[in-house]
Design a protein. Structure first.
Lengths: 236, 304, 314
């Protein structure tokens, strides 16, 4: 469903990603793991259209995403929950959710989507009129995910979701993700520093270091791999 | 005027004058709020400081003037014609000039937008001078001098209309920004344009429309200024007022503009009452500098 | 950014300097001396803006205040009996004192807030002078008697050349490099230990001094003037325009820009002053968008095409 080939991305003169190739099949949960600054967020941003690759292609169901701007990519069915959540701080919870449903296709289904979000994240319904900036960390993360889901994406990407959250909140969110996948067959791409959680939830994983893909495999294989254990699980 | 009003009794004459100056100040203040509207919108959404906004207001004033001269259209209804015209002009300006700024980094973009609008500030008024001479023009209608007289307290019709118009326009804008999808997307872009893109909001188009809207808003105070008397030099006097009001209100706050405008009008009125007409500008400027240095978030804004 | 100028450049500079110094011996009409005087005056004022805005990156719109204070300080010192050079110095010093009082709090502000803050200061200064010191300042008869255009010419050109050399030296000095790094990235500069505030103050003081000198030159040149004239905002805007058109941050930029400005103004003075401003404004916009290095950059490009170009080394 999603295919990246030969992706090279630079920040000005500084090259960040080298020849990356990733595939994600429909309905899968794929994890991108690697240490800080390895380039995982850069990759997600590139897929979402925030950065343009110098070379390489990003294809989603046959459509070349690397030629599109970020809003067109959302229209194509890809949503990003950015690192740091990036909520609209001075807008209410409801308004943030509404912004998520900005694209035509999602706007028509707004009421229904809202209903679904309240089922998944009941706490949001109580906070509808509150400013997004005043929510707790866990609530903000839930809002960010709900907001992305409002666009009715077929692929949702989550960037460093567990950062700054209590373990209980992280577990709750990951459980919700699995529920969502079971219900809607949505495809999920996660970037995580918390490798243990990521591999527990994912079907497959890619290991990214210094802007390159250095390994991949099914979650079980990776979890049992000595390299991964040494490099990430001891720390994570 | 009273310049040494330190000794002042609650004598009826002084109170009357005080009230009079106060009400004139409030009416000026309403106009100041309208003047700052377009500037604040554009500044809030994309951090472009369009110092030529004042020149655009003057252009609008001239257009209202000519509409009256040639076809007898009263300035207030003329807004209905000038507004869409200015919207189109805004689209053109953005596409032609400001869009070229997109290639610069954030910091340079802000700096260069200031400079470009500066260039426009040079070109526009002088083009006006060449086309229409620097003579002062004014639209004089049947209600121009008319006042509502309450026992000697005189309230000009134009002034009252200005206050009403200011309240109406700001309220309309507020509704637009909080109840329509597009309006909300403008707010989203101003708070985090990258995230807005990830929501599916077409950020470049939002910039363009916001800019055009900002220019279009210049038509409203333009019509009022046409009633007061216009000459090209005003294009240089207005930026001060605009900037002061924007900063007083707090960047990005539309609702605060009315309050900030009124505050400025009030402060100026007090300056006139206590220090004399000559210091009117200086008092406002002093207030401005104090806010800049000690309360840059303005009346309404939050500390970033 | 003009790097080491090269032998050709130095040769041309010496020739021009010589020509300027010998000019009044051959050309007696005041009109031409006046023109060169103006070019030099504007280039000094633009250099003052350039130090703060071009090198240090802080766009200030308050230079009219420096210019005005310098003009009046010099004028009063001169009328009180000081000899010309001392009076000029007073102009520079007066301007720097004003900076310390009023300008320093504005340094807290960043980018366009700073610009409008300085603009507000300049406007306050203008209004204050208009109200507190109205009217014209005339030259007393004994000073009238000793007035000669030629001496003004030499003083101005001399100061102008000194300013160019000074800015050139500053640009390559430690202080200058610190300023440039502040301009490029204030946060990064702070991270490597540069005391931002201190350098901004230094840049502001140097800038004020030069502007004050320029103001002093204005004061000794014009026989009489309304006291508020040197505070008018045009003295804030002109150096900004001139420096950008000539090339912000460069040594020759302000000079080239001043040359264009004065020539353009003179060409259109007889027809309509507005047209020159319109053209200037249009050129300014073009430069901001497409030629950020200004005229100086264009000349560099031409120079780089020549046989002894420095770009080969890169």
């Amino acid at each position: 469903m999603l295919e990246l080939q030969g992706i090279n991305v630079s920040y000005g003169d500084l090259q960040a990603l080298w020849d990356m190739a990733i595939t994600v099949a429909e309905g899968e949960i794929v994890a991108l793991i690697g240490s800080n600054g390895a380039g995982k967020s850069t990759l997600l941003k590139t897929i979402a259209g925030g950065l343009k690759p110098k070379a390489g292609t990003v294809t989603f169901d046959g459509v070349r995403l690397d030629m599109l701007s970020s809003h067109e990519i959302v229209r194509a069915g890809v949503a990003l929950v950015p690192e740091g959540r990036r909520l609209f701080p001075e807008m209410t919870v409801l308004e943030n959710l509404e912004m998520g449903a900005f694209v035509e296709r999602a706007r028509k289904l707004k009421k229904e989507s809202l209903g679904r979000m309240f089922e998944l994240f009941p706490i949001l319904e109580n906070r509808l009129k509150q400013s997004a900036g005043t929510l707790s960390g866990g609530e903000q993360q839930m809002l960010a995910i709900a907001r992305a889901l409002m666009s009715r994406p077929r692929l949702i990407m989550l960037d460093e979701m567990s950062l700054g959250l209590a373990p209980i909140a992280v577990k709750s969110i990951y459980d919700t993700l699995i529920r969502i996948r079971r219900a809607t067959k949505i495809t999920i791409l996660v970037v995580e520093q918390n490798v243990r959680y990521a591999l527990k939830v994912a079907d497959r994983g890619y290991i990214i270091e210094n802007g390159r893909v250095v390994g991949h495999g099914s979650a079980t294989v990776l979890t049992n791999s000595d390299d991964v254990k040494r490099a990430y699980l001891a720390v994570g | 005027m009273m310049s040494n009003a330190l000794i002042w009794r609650w004598g009826s004459e002084q109170v009357k004058t005080f009230l009079q100056i106060l009400s004139y100040g409030l009416m000026s203040g309403a106009l100041y709020g309208l003047i700052a509207l377009g500037l604040s919108l554009v500044f809030g959404v994309m951090s472009y400081l369009n110092v030529a906004h004042g020149a655009l207001i003057i252009l609008g004033a001239y257009l209202s003037f000519w509409l009256y001269q040639l076809w007898g259209i009263d300035p207030f209804p003329s807004i209905l014609l000038v507004f869409p015209l200015f919207f189109a002009l805004g689209l053109l300006l953005f596409k032609g000039l400001f869009a070229a700024l997109m290639k610069f980094s954030e910091g340079d973009k802000i700096k260069n937008s200031l400079l470009i609008s500066f260039g426009i500030l040079l070109i526009l008024p002088n083009t006006i001078i060449l086309s229409w001479t620097p003579d002062e023009r004014a639209v004089t209608t049947f209600y121009s001098g008319a006042v509502v007289d309450l026992l000697g307290w005189r309230l000009p019709y134009t002034g009252l209309a200005t206050v009403a118009l200011a309240v109406a326009v700001i309220a309309a804008l507020h509704v637009f920004l909080t109840r329509t999808y597009f309006g909300k997307s403008i707010r989203a872009v101003s708070q985090d344009f990258e995230a807005a893109g990830y929501m599916g909001i077409n950020v470049p188009r939002t910039y363009m429309v916001s800019f055009a809207l900002g220019v279009a808003l210049a038509s409203i105070p333009g019509a009022i200024v046409a009633l007061q008397g216009i000459n090209p030099d005003l294009a240089f006097a207005l930026p001060n007022k605009e900037l002061i009001v924007v900063i007083l209100a707090g960047v990005g706050s539309i609702n605060g503009l009315l309050g900030a405008g009124l505050l400025l009008g009030l402060v100026e009125a007090m300056g006139v009452f206590f220090l004399g007409a000559a210091y009117r500008e200086a008092v406002g400027l002093l207030l401005f500098v104090l806010f800049l240095v000690y309360r840059p978030q303005g009346l309404v804004g939050r500390k970033t | 950014m003009t790097g080491p100028i090269g032998k050709l450049g130095i040769g041309i500079s010496c020739l021009i300097t010589l020509a300027l110094l010998l000019f009044p011996l051959f050309v007696k009409e005041e009109y031409y001396l006046n023109l060169i005087f103006l070019v030099s005056l504007y280039s000094i004022l633009s250099h003052s803006w350039n130090v703060f805005g071009g090198l240090c990156g802080q766009i200030s719109l308050g230079h009219a205040a420096f210019f005005g204070v310098g003009a009046l300080s010099c004028r009063y010192a001169w009328i009180a009996g000081a000899p010309l050079p001392a009076a000029l110095l007073m102009g520079g010093i007066g301007s720097v004192l004003v900076t310390c009082l009023v300008g320093i709090p504005t340094l807290k502000l960043r980018s366009h807030y700073f610009a409008i803050g300085t603009l507000a200061m300049a406007m306050i200064a203008l209004i204050t002078v208009q109200n507190q010191l109205p009217g014209v300042n005339f030259l007393p008869p004994e000073l009238m008697a000793g007035y000669s255009v030629i001496s003004r010419y030499y003083i101005c050109v001399g100061v102008g050349l000194a300013a160019i050399l000074f800015v050139g030296a500053l640009k390559h000095s430690k202080i200058g490099l610190a300023m440039i790094s502040i301009r490029e990235d204030e946060d990064a500069a702070e991270a490597i230990g540069i005391n931002i505030f201190r350098y901004k103050v230094v840049a502001m003081a140097i800038s004020a001094f030069l502007a004050g000198l320029a103001g002093g030159l204005f004061a000794i040149y014009y026989v009489s003037f309304y006291r508020y004239i040197p505070f008018e905002l045009t003295w804030s805007f002109d150096p900004l325009l001139i420096t950008f058109i000539g090339g912000s941050g460069t040594v020759l930029g302000p000079v080239l820009g001043s040359l264009c400005y004065v020539i353009l103004r003179e060409t259109f003075a007889l027809s309509m002053g507005q047209l020159s401003v319109i053209i200037f404004g249009a050129v300014f916009i073009l430069i901001v968008l497409f030629f950020p290095k200004g005229l100086s950059g264009l000349i560099d490009k031409l120079h780089a095409g020549g046989p002894d170009s420095e770009t080969e080394k890169q």
